[in-house]
Design a protein around this ligand. Structure first.
Ligand SMILES: Cc1cc2nc3c(=O)[nH]c(=O)nc-3n(C[C@H](O)[C@H](O)[C@H](O)COP(=O)(O)O)c2cc1C
Length: 176
C-alpha cells in the first residue's frame, strides 16, 4: 500500500517519525509531504531516511510532483494535523505542498486526520466546526487526540493519538 503522509507544524511532529517507521515495517511505502513550518520541528532528512523516499516541502520545486504523488497514494494521512491545517482543508485552500497534494487526491481515496494541539485550540469552536465540516464531507477519517499532560503543561485533550492507532486507521481507511 502507498501511504502519503502529510506532516504539519506542531510539537507532535516528532511522533510522525515513529508512524513512518511503523508503517514501513508493516511493508507499506511512505512518502512524506511537509508544511512550511513542519521542518521547524523535525527535519526532512529524518523522514527521508525513515521512508527511503525524497520528502516534498515545496510545491514548485518539481512542477507536476503534486499530481504524481496524489495519484501514487492509495491513502493519505495528516499526522499531526495542526489547527491551522484543518482550517485550510475545511476552507478548500491549497497554498502549500500538503494542501495542494491533498486537493489533487483522486476521488475515492480517503484521508486520515490525526489532530494534535493545545487543549484550548482543540476546544476552540472554530476548530470544532472545521472538523465537523470535514467529517461531513465523507472523505476524512478522524483519529481523536488523547487526553494527557501536553508539552505546554496543560492537562486535557489534544495529544496525538498513538502512532500504532493512527496506522490501524490508515490501513482500515485504505481498505475502504
Ligand atoms: C513550539 C510550538 C508548538 C506548536 N505546536 C502546535 C501544535 O501542537 N498544534 C497546532 O495546531 N499548532 C501548533 N503550533 C502553531 C503552529 O505551528 C502554527 O499555527 C503554524 O502556522 C502551523 O502551520 P502549518 O499548519 O502550515 O504547519 C505550535 C507553535 C509553536 C511555536
Amino acid at each position: 500500500m502507498n501511504v502519503l503522509l502529510c506532516v504539519t507544524g506542531g510539537i507532535a511532529a516528532y511522533r510522525a517519525c515513529e508512524l513512518v517507521s511503523l508503517t514501513v515495517k508493516r511493508g507499506h511505502a511512505v512518502r512524506v509531504v511537509m508544511t512550511r513550518s513542519a521542518p521547524t520541528f523535525v527535519g526532512p532528512t529524518t523522514f527521508e531516511a525513515l521512508s527511503g523516499h525524497p520528502v516534498m516541502t515545496d510545491t514548485f520545486a518539481d512542477a507536476l510532483a503534486h499530481i504524481e504523488w496524489a495519484k501514487w497514494a492509495n491513502v493519505a494521512a495528516v499526522a499531526p494535523a495542526s489547527a491551522n491545517f484543518l482550517g485550510k482543508l475545511a476552507c478548500g485552500l491549497a497554498d502549500d505542498a500538503p494542501s495542494t497534494v491533498l486537493m489533487a487526491l483522486p476521488r475515492g481515496r480517503r484521508v486520515v486526520l490525526a489532530p494534535a494541539m493545545n487543549t484550548e485550540m482543540w476546544l476552540n469552536p472554530v476548530v470544532v466546526r472545521n472538523l465537523g465540516w470535514l467529517a461531513d464531507l465523507g472523505r476524512y477519517d478522524i483519529v481523536a487526540p488523547t487526553e494527557k499532560r501536553l508539552a505546554c503543561g496543560d492537562v486535557g485533550p489534544g495529544g496525538l493519538a498513538e502512532p500504532a492507532d493512527v496506522l490501524a486507521r490508515i490501513e482500515a481507511s485504505a481498505a475502504g
